[in-house]
Design a protein around this ligand. Structure first.
Ligand SMILES: Nc1ncnc2c1ncn2[C@@H]1O[C@H](COP(=O)(O)OP(=O)(O)OP(=O)(O)O)[C@@H](O)[C@H]1O
Length: 258
């Protein structure tokens, strides 16, 4: 469903800081894949998500989403099909608006008539049902401001917001990294539930090696812009933390992982 073909990206071309990050990088992602993307600092994980979302344009190569060449499309054109959640809980939700208004905004993403804040009973029910899946009782706080929510609750709300329009692809960029360990585990369980329920193809960047092993059907490791590991199925299921750490140690510094 997502194909990256011969992607190349060089930063600071032609000056002393020139850095060739990706050179003829290709990746084929199947519909329904839930991919954990790991790699050391500077491996290119965020840049890869940026190239997919359109935030950063590749110098060469093509990107196909569901058979459509989206290479020339800007970020705002891709955002109807591609949702993204960042590390910082304040980026995915608007604190000055209520949960209802945030969800209404997400539900209207890419639609012609923009924001619709008049309370619609049908939307209210739909939003309550969508929130119920979280098990956080946010459905009972539909008209409370998002500023009253914890970081974990906000990331959970961001998950519902980013999947409410049934995107083709969900990009999670270390979305639990700013949370305390217990909240992070709760948000990861919620992530798994939402991803399964929606069946949305997902790429999750994480520095947490346990999450990378536990969640998803496929694990990809990047190093200096190259794919150095790509496993799925039983190989992924049977992978132990020790094995992955030793693989990682061969190419990088194990201490970079929490
Ligand atoms: N806009 C930019 N301009 C110049 N260099 C950049 C830019 N974005 C990324 N880079 C460089 O590209 C390399 C990969 O960065 P990237 O953020 O994609 O790595 P990462 O794997 O996400 O790292 P981390 O785990 O530290 O977040 C780094 O060396 C970084 O300095």
């Amino acid at each position: 469903m997502l194909k990256l073909i011969n992607i190349s990206k060089t930063f600071n071309k032609g000056n002393i800081n020139e850095q060739v990050l990706f050179k003829d990088f290709s990746l084929d992602i199947n519909k329904g894949d839930f991919i954990s993307l790991i790699g050391s600092n500077g491996a290119g994980k965020s840049t890869l998500l940026n190239i997919i979302s359109g935030k950063v344009k590749a110098d060469e190569g093509n990107i196909f989403l569901n058979g459509v060449d989206i290479t020339a499309k800007d970020e705002f054109e891709r955002c109807r099909n591609i949702s993204r959640i960042f590390q910082d809980p304040s980026m995915g939700t608007n604190p000055s608006m209520t949960i209802y208004e945030n969800l209404a905004m997400a539900n209207n993403k890419g639609k012609k008539f923009g924001l619709k804040f008049l309370i619609d009973k049908k939307d209210e029910e739909f939003f309550r049902d969508s929130l119920r899946v979280l098990g956080l009782n946010l459905e009972g706080k539909l008209h409370s401001p998002v500023s009253q929510l914890s970081g974990g609750q906000r990331q959970s709300l961001a998950l519902i917001m980013s999947t409410i329009g049934n995107p083709d692809l969900l990009l999670l960029d270390e979305h639990t990294a700013a949370l305390d360990p217990k909240t992070s585990e709760i948000v990861m369980d919620i992530t798994d539930k939402v991803v399964r329920e929606k069946g949305v193809t997902t790429i999750m960047v994480t520095h947490n090696i346990e999450y990378a092993i536990k969640y998803g059907n496929r694990l990809i490791m990047l190093h200096l812009g190259k794919k150095v590991l790509d496993i799925s199925g039983d190989m992924k299921k049977n992978l132990t933390k020790e094995e992955l750490l030793s693989l990682f140690k061969n190419i990088s510094d194990k201490s970079l992982f929490a």
